[in-house]
Design a protein around this ligand. Structure first.
Ligand code: GUN
Length: 292
C-alpha cells in the first residue's frame, strides 16, 4: 500500500487565501484592518525566523503586524507591561508571545497577561483549561494542533471513534493535540519518554500524531496498515549529498511509513505551513470578535 500524501502546502495556501478574502471584505466594509502584535524576547535564531515568517504572512494577507523585540535580559515586569499595553491597544487584535521565553521569565504569568479575546495562540491558561473541559469552548485553539486536526479533516480521515496516539506531551503541541482529539471523540493515548513498549502502543493507532523531535524515530513497522500519520517533527539530519550538508526530516521514517500508512504528511510541506495559516485564521477571528 502507498499512502495518500496530505499536502500541507496546498491546504495552508487555501486557508491563507480564504483569510485574505475575509480581510479584504472587512476593510471594504469600513472596519479596521486586523492587527497582530508579535513579542520576541531574546535572540534565539529559530524564534526570530518564526516571527519573521508570521509577520511576512500578515503582510501577504492584508493583516497589520506590530513587531516588538525585547532584549534577552528583559525583566518579568517589562514583558508583562508590554503585553498589558498590547492587550489595551484597540489596533491590536491578536498577541503572539513567541515561545520559549528566556528561562528567567515566568511563562505562565506572561501568557496570563494576554487579553483572552486576543490570545490567538490559545496558550492563555483559561483557553487551555476550557480545551480540557467538556462543554466549554476555548476562544482559540493552539495553532499547530489546530493545523494537525484541520489536515485530518481535509483529508477525510474519520476521527470520531478512532484510536489516536499522540507522541509527545508538550504544552505547545502534544497535550493540546490530545485534548482536541478527545474533544472530537477519538480514544486517545498520549505517549512520552517513559512509555513502555512504544512500538506496540503506536501499532494500535488509527491516527498517529508524532511530536517528539527525534529524527525518524517512528519506523514503518510501528504503523498500523491504513493509519493516518501526522508528522509534526522538523529535525535536521546530516546528508552529504544535500547542498547544505543536511536535510529536514520528521519524527517518522517517511520512506518506510508511506508503504504502510493510509495517509501521511511529508516533512517539509506537511504540518509546518499549517501553523502560520491557522495563526492567520485565529487572528482574523479575533478581529471579527472585536469588531463585529
Ligand atoms: N514556539 C514554537 N511553536 C510556537 C507557537 O506555535 N507559538 C508560539 N508563540 N511559540 C511557539
Amino acid at each position: 500500500m502507498t499512502a495518500k500524501i496530505i499536502d500541507g502546502k496546498v491546504i495552508a495556501q487555501k486557508v491563507r487565501e480564504e483569510v485574505a478574502e475575509e480581510v479584504k471584505k472587512m476593510v471594504e466594509a469600513g472596519k479596521p484592518r486586523p492587527g497582530l502584535a508579535t513579542v520576541l524576547v531574546g535572540d534565539r535564531v529559530d524564534s526570530a525566523t518564526y516571527v519573521r515568517s508570521k509577520q511576512k504572512a500578515c503582510a501577504e494577507l492584508g493583516i497589520e503586524s506590530y513587531g516588538h523585540h525585547l532584549p534577552a535580559d528583559a525583566s518579568q515586569q517589562e514583558v508583562e507591561d508590554l503585553v498589558k499595553r498590547l492587550s489595551d491597544d484597540p489596533k491590536v487584535n491578536g498577541i503572539l508571545v513567541q515561545l520559549p521565553l528566556p528561562s528567567h521569565l515566568n511563562e505562565e504569568r506572561v501568557l496570563q497577561t494576554i487579553a483572552l479575546e486576543k490570545d490567538v495562540d490559545g496558550f492563555h491558561p483559561i483557553n487551555i483549561g476550557r480545551l480540557a473541559q467538556k462543554g466549554r469552548e476555548p476562544l482559540f485553539v493552539p495553532c499547530t494542533p489546530y493545523g494537525c486536526i484541520y489536515l485530518l479533516e481535509q483529508a477525510g480521515v474519520q476521527i470520531e471513534g478512532a484510536n489516536a496516539v499522540v507522541l509527545g506531551r508538550s504544552n505547545i503541541v502534544g497535550m493540546p493535540a490530545a485534548l482536541l482529539l478527545i474533544g472530537k471523540n477519538a480514544t486517545t493515548t498520549v505517549c512520552h519518554s517513559r512509555t513502555r513498549d512504544l512500538p506496540d502502543v503506536v501499532r494500535q493507532a488509527d491516527i498517529l500524531i508524532a511530536a517528539i523531535g527525534k529524527a525518524e524515530m517512528v519506523r514503518g513497522s510501528w504503523i498500523k496498515p491504513g493509519a493516518a500519520v501526522i508528522d509534526v517533527g522538523i529535525n535536521s539530519k546530516e546528508d552529504p549529498t544535500a547542498p547544505k550538508g543536511y536535510r529536514l526530516v520528521g519524527d517518522v521514517n517517511f520512506e518506510e511509513a508511506k508503504e504502510v500508512a493510509g495517509w501521511i504528511t511529508p516533512v517539509p510541506g506537511g504540518v509546518g505551513p499549517m501553523t502560520i495559516a491557522m495563526l492567520m485564521k485565529n487572528t482574523l477571528r479575533a478581529a471579527q470578535i472585536q469588531n463585529p
